[in-house]
Design a protein around this ligand. Structure first.
Ligand code: PMP
Length: 358
């Protein structure tokens, strides 16, 4: 639609325009209901079909077998920081955490609050600018799980490969979910807030493998027991968010699924990092071997220039480029729904800005 800008927000983030137009079209009257999808029971056949379709699409896109449960929960990834150890950190055992950024630290803090959580590795010594090499990790083979953050939204780093350890992986995939293929067998649980790569804020996707689920602590408060939500809709889900997620998943499948998406994401990141590396004016903050393909973080020679960059970019129709408030600098979030044209427009703007102020 005319008037839409190129959006590099870290989350909530850009959604496919085709999805928004579809929603606009069918919002007042959904199918033959004579009412919107927001105004009907979550037990209706129409909503049940949306829920089932979204779950089927997720299974298909990720190649999840029958042993996987797909849940649509609330409370954001932040509630998962607590819910994961509440369910899976045994009273007489421990869990390991890879500390690669602020979100990982928050997850670790919640686990420590509940029991014995250990740091298997950390990159805080160099301001989270890298992913620690697996050879330096100290993973306890008796740990109930190893928790890691596949993509560090604030620091612009990402695991280049999936950890390969003896214990089940638990992954906070909030900022790179469905951006590339994964190896489901290695995981016990994967969670992601929807508002970056899969839809709007309001729903958290949780994938749990059946054998891992069976290891959970008992008893648990009903709403926080993953088992409560397996195989059924227990309470009113965030229907509008799930409805949008279903459309985003169909859009993703239409593009060719994860292999196609991964290729596009690789290309976008490659173009942007090449531009950053082309001169000293722009300086990437993540170590090259740990760079994120989702959140590209960089600095300019001064904070004043950074502020100017954000303002002038906005004038040029490029929004959401300010770095996280805790670290400053600039950040271009180039999630699935960010088209390659947006990255090209950003690169042209970077060329112009350097010529003018460099
Ligand atoms: N984990 C990661 C990697 C994130 O990027 C974020 C949000 N920026 C969160 C967790 C927290 O998510 P929420 O706000 O949905 O609780």
């Amino acid at each position: 639609a005319s008037g839409r800008v190129y959006n590099f927000s870290a989350g909530p983030a850009a959604l496919p325009e085709s999805v928004l137009l579809e929603v606009k079209e069918e919002l007042p009257i959904y199918r033959n209901l004579g009412t919107s999808v927001l105004e009907i029971s979550h037990r209706s056949p129409e909503y049940a079909a949306i829920d089932a379709s979204a779950k089927t699409l997720l299974r298909k896109l990720l190649g999840l077998g029958e042993e996987w449960h797909v849940l649509f929960l609330q409370g954001g990834a932040s509630l998962q920081f607590h819910q994961v150890p509440l369910n899976f950190l045994p009273k007489d055992g421990s869990a390991d955490y890879l500390i690669t950024g602020s979100w990982a630290k928050k997850a670790y803090k919640e686990a420590k609050f509940l029991g014995n959580a250990r740091v298997a590795a950390s990159s805080e010594d160099r301001n989270f600018s890298y992913i620690p090499d697996p050879s330096t990790w100290e993973v306890d083979p008796r740990a109930a799980y190893l928790h890691f953050t596949s993509n560090n939204t604030i620091y612009g780093t990402q695991f280049q490969t999936e950890p390969e350890v003896e214990v089940p992986l638990v992954c906070d995939a909030s900022s790179d979910f469905l951006s590339r293929r994964i190896t489901p067998e290695r995981y016990g649980l994967i969670y992601a807030g929807a508002q970056k790569n899969v839809g709007p804020a309001g729903v958290t996707v949780v994938l749990i493998r059946e054998d891992f689920l069976q290891r959970r602590n008992q008893p648990l408060p009903t709403m926080l027991d993953y088992g409560t939500h397996v195989g059924k809709i227990f309470n009113t889900p965030p229907v509008f968010a799930v409805y949008l997620v279903e459309k985003v998943l169909r859009w993703l499948e239409g593009l060719g699924g994860l292999p196609a998406m991964e290729a596009i994401n690789n290309r976008k990141a490659q173009l942007l990092y090449e531009r950053i590396d082309r001169s000293d004016f722009y300086r990437g903050t993540a170590e090259p071997g740990s760079r994120s393909k989702m959140n590209v973080t960089f600095r300019l020679p001064s904070e004043e220039l950074e502020q100017r960059f954000v303002e002038e970019a906005k004038q040029a129709g490029l929004i959401g480029l300010k770095g996280h408030r805790s670290v400053g600098g600039l950040r271009a979030s180039i999630y699935n729904a960010c088209p390659i044209e947006a990255v090209e427009a950003l690169i042209s703007f970077m060329d112009y800005f350097e010529q003018r102020y460099g």
